[in-house]
Design a protein around this ligand. Structure first.
Ligand code: NAD
Ligand code: FES
Length: 289
């Protein structure tokens, strides 16, 4: 059984859990993801891996409550079990194949948006241990929605914070801060990696293009089976159909058709909203699934 070993709330709607999954923890690499099924017959939810510990046999996942299924995950407590946890899925980040000598010459800038900050953490940790220089931008709407600040400070060279409302750090979006760091402060980077909402990644790519920076993005598409069979996760990359679950989730940002990816991501918004309304009604009358 996939027991929840510990749970904490990072903000009122974002929870972090350590889950006992020893085989997954032993083989997970930065950039990969997993699928959880909170209860039998429940929905399969793809989540990025926020940390893994092969000695403890645990993986860490961070979930934002945005609908019925993510609500079911956030309702689990230490001692409860997931019906299933499948993974690691997808390809590891491309830098995982690079030697220490190659990575020592790299200066990465990570652009982390909102809850997308959690999967940035294992990548930064891996790169620092491998000898690369790594700076990180974390952006959130407001100060209380910033996550992983302390953890990230422990593993990166420089951490830069921004908030949309100016309540902490730079007042503005991650793209504005990236541009400031490079164009005004004269910081030099060899590669960028952006992980967060699709719209953020789209504009991060535009900014990177302007700055002449190669950029990798991690696509959080719709997913069902996670094994390349159903086609739910298909995206157009460099004019070709690719399956994010087996060929991604990371791709060269310049090649991604973001407008199509965002359209596909929103395909079930009406049904998701209806399911949430029904779930809230059932909770109110004391008849939850
Ligand atoms: P958010 O909407 O608060 O955005 C986070 C930051 O992204 C903002 O503070 C801003 O700096 C930047 N941003 C947003 N829109 C932008 C734009 N138009 N131009 C430039 N920068 C922009 O983030 P949230 O509410 O935490 O959203 C969570 C989203 O992240 C969900 O959609 C979730 O699916 C996604 N997510 C993605 C991954 C992934 O692997 N890509 C992983 C986890 C979560
Ligand atoms: Fe089904 Fe990728 S999620 S093919």
């Amino acid at each position: 059984m996939f027991e929840v070993i510990s749970k904490e709330m990072l903000s009122p709607a974002i929870c972090r859990m350590k889950v006992y999954a020893p085989r997954l923890a032993a083989s997970a690499r930065p950039g990969q993801f997993l699928i959880v099924i909170p209860e039998s017959h429940g929905e399969r939810i793809p989540l990025t891996i926020s940390d893994y510990d092969s000695v403890e046999g645990t993986v860490t996942i961070v979930t934002q409550r945005i609908g019925v299924s993510t609500g079911e995950i956030c309702a689990l407590e230490a001692g409860d079990c997931f019906s299933d946890v499948v993974g690691p899925l997808g390809q590891p980040s491309d830098f995982v194949g690079q030697s220490r000598e190659e990575l020592a010459g790299e200066h990465f800038i990570f652009i982390a948006g909102g809850v997308g900050t959690a999967p940035v953490y294992p990548q930064v940790k891996y790169l620092k241990e491998a000898g690369a220089h790594v700076d990180v931008i974390i952006g959130a709407k407001t100060s209380d929605l910033l996550i992983y600040k302390d953890e990230m400070r422990q593993v990166c060279d420089n951490l830069f914070i921004c908030t949309d409302d100016g309540s902490e750090g730079f007042h503005g979006l991650v793209t504005g801060l990236l541009e400031k760091l490079v164009s005004e402060d004269g910081r030099r980077y060899t590669r960028a990696v952006a992980i967060g909402p699709m719209i953020m990644m789209k504009f991060a790519v535009q900014t990177a293009r302007k700055l002449g920076l190669p950029i990798t993005v991690s696509l959080n598409t719709l997913m069902v089976d996670g094994t390349g069979m159903c086609g739910a996760c298909r995206v157009t990359v460099a004019g070709k159909t690719r399956f994010a679950c087996v060929e991604g989730p990371e791709f060269n940002g310049y090649d991604v058709d973001f407008d199509e990816a965002m359209r596909r991501q929103g395909m079930y918004r009406v049904q998701e909203h209806e399911a949430e309304v029904e779930y809230e009604h059932e909770c109110k009358i004391g008849r939850t699934r």
